[in-house]
Every structure is written in structure tokens, then in C-alpha cells.
Design a protein. Sequence first.
Length: 207
Amino acid sequence: MSAPTRFPLGRPARLAVFASGRGSNLQSLLHAFPAGHELASVVLVVSNRPDATALDRARAAGVVAVHVPWPTRADFEAAANGLLSQHGVDVVCLAGFMRLLSAGFTERWAGRLVNVHPSLLPDFPGLDAHGQAIAAGVKESGCTVHLVDAGVDSGPVILQRKVPVLPGDDAEALAGRVLAVEHEAYPAAVRLLLTGAWRHDDLGETG
Ligand code: GAR
């Protein structure tokens, strides 16, 4: 296995974002890391869905946006890895990317693959995090930005933001409240990672 990437890189990082749908988290990353930013720029957006609004958002920002089909996971990952190499990508951010990547892919990108999940992990991983939170009757939920490992929403946590679950909330109401904090948390977490302010010892980054 190659040596883990150490942050800071000493140059602006090149970010790719994988998104399957609406892309509001992508939008917050595009806003935080535009072309020419000293810490990082989003240089590539990939979607497994041709109709994802995320692709339109990327194109509107002047960022390369590519639909990569998912006939099989292996096909998607081979094509995505080709694009990531071609664009010299340092870090991949999953933003509403609703597919599970293989252990091979997560290992190749270990320490450089980030996700946002709409719950306070380890609670409520996987699909329908808000429905799970409402059903469990918790008083607090939020979002987690974490490194991705081979598990489902199980990698090391970079940061979390909390919101209250209010009486009468349904999944949609909670989702809106959590999404608002995701938009601040995701760029903040990427900043922590890229500046070296947050490190994970298991990746050999003992600083
Ligand atoms: C966000 O709430 C994100 O946390 C969630 O999907 C939404 C995407 O919104 N992701 C997951 O549930 C992944 N397991 P967006 O497309 O507007 O960024």
C-alpha cells in the first residue's frame, strides 16, 4: 500500500465531488473552494445519474461535470478512477452520493475520501437516517463528516454538527434542519483535513 497522503499538501488541493442528486452540499463546496482558492478547488464533479442537478450546478460554476454510468460498481469505479487520475485529484468528497463503493476503491483513496451523512454517527447509518432518528425518538440529531472506509458510514469522524429534533418533526422537517448545518460542516471539515488541523493516527498521520 502506498504511503498515506500528508496534509497540508503545500499547494492547493484538487477536489472531486461525487453526487447522485440535488447537489446542495456540492454547491456549498463549490462556494467554499472555487477556482484559484489558496487551499483547494473543486475541479471535477461525477454523478452516477445523468439527470442529477449536481451536474448542472457544476457546469454553472465552470467545473468539469461528468455522468459516469453505474452498470456495475466495477465499471463505475474504473471509469471514475480514470477521471480522477486525468484531473490530478487529491481528495474525493461524497456529497449525497447514494451508492456504496468497494473496499478496493476506499483503500485506494484511504485518508482522501470524505463523506457527509445526515445523522450523528455511529447512530443511524445507511438509508433514511432521518426516519430512523424520528422512529428512535431522539431529541438531537445532526450531521457527520467522516473519512470513508470499507464499512457503511463507519470511518473516522472529522466533525459533527448537532440540531434539535422538535416535537412534531417528520423526516422532511428534520432533513431540512440537518441540511442547513451540513452546508457549513462539510467545507469546515474539508478545511480541517487539508490544513492538517485534523489527523487520524490509524492512517499513519501521526504529525
Ligand atoms: C444530504 O442530506 C446528505 O447528507 C445525504 O443526502 C443528502 C444529499 O443532499 N447523504 C446520504 O444520505 C448518504 N448516505 P444534496 O444532494 O442536496 O447534497
